[in-house]
Design a protein around this ligand. Structure first.
Ligand code: HEC
Length: 180
């Protein structure tokens, strides 16, 4: 091999190395890595998530079909658990935290004389028909904003109907049942 051939080989290696370096430098100039300001894909940490869309208004199914298969005895049992701390149910019974509830079905809002009702309930138009009781007992605070009845409501539809069927029985002449 003569010297010229050796020179060519050395030049080839050098040019190869220089091209590699230059390519790297140009690459750095063209593609500038930039740090993200914040994490692009947040990872769940178990921290409370901001409330998403507000829950749709609760629907209360019509009381007719539920009352048709309601059991007042079961309603009475529920009332003994949930309501007697505040209400009496006997005819002429004294009010407690809440009014006496004998004969409340079809009566006016605030049916017991002398009980100090909230304006939110007393001034609400309408009366205690079955559908009103259905909504009231589902969520008292939604039916009469500002009510004094500190009770969350009965969410189970049939339980609620059973209680209304029991309230209906608290009368000398119970109101007729609605058409289912
Ligand atoms: C923590 C006490 C409390 C509990 C428990 C409670 N109530 Fe009441 N209730 C009240 C008060 C107080 C009022 C009067 C509300 C007002 O003036 O806003 C009331 C009002 C009512 C009324 C309207 C009466 C009227 O004359 O207009 C009905 C019907 C009623 N309650 C049914 C029930 C039933 C049925 C239950 C059980 C499932 C129940 N409540 C549980 C305190 C209570």
């Amino acid at each position: 091999m003569d010297t010229l051939e050796i020179n060519k080989a050395v030049a080839a290696v050098l040019i190869g190395g220089i091209s590699f370096m230059v390519a790297g430098l140009i690459g750095d100039v063209l593609v500038r890595p930039k740090r993200l300001e914040k994490v692009a894909i947040p990872i769940e940490t178990g921290a409370p998530v901001a409330a998403t869309a507000a829950p749709a208004a609760e629907t209360v199914p019509p009381i007719g079909p539920l009352l048709a298969k309601a059991d007042p005895a079961k309603g009475e049992a529920t009332v003994k658990k949930l309501c007697v701390a505040c209400h009496t149910f006997n005819e002429g019974g004294k009010p407690g935290v809440g009014p006496n509830l004998y004969g409340v079905v079809m009566g006016p809002h605030g049916h017991q004389q002398g009980f100090s009702y909230s304006a939110g309930l007393k001034d609400k138009p309408g009366n205690w028909d079955y559908e009103a009781l259905n909504h009231w007992l589902k969520k008292p605070a939604a039916y009469a904003p500002g009510t004094k009845m500190a009770f969350a409501g009965i969410s189970n539809d049939q339980d609620r109907a059973n209680v209304i069927a029991y309230l209906r029985s608290l009368s000398a002449s119970p109101a007729p049942l609605p058409q289912p």
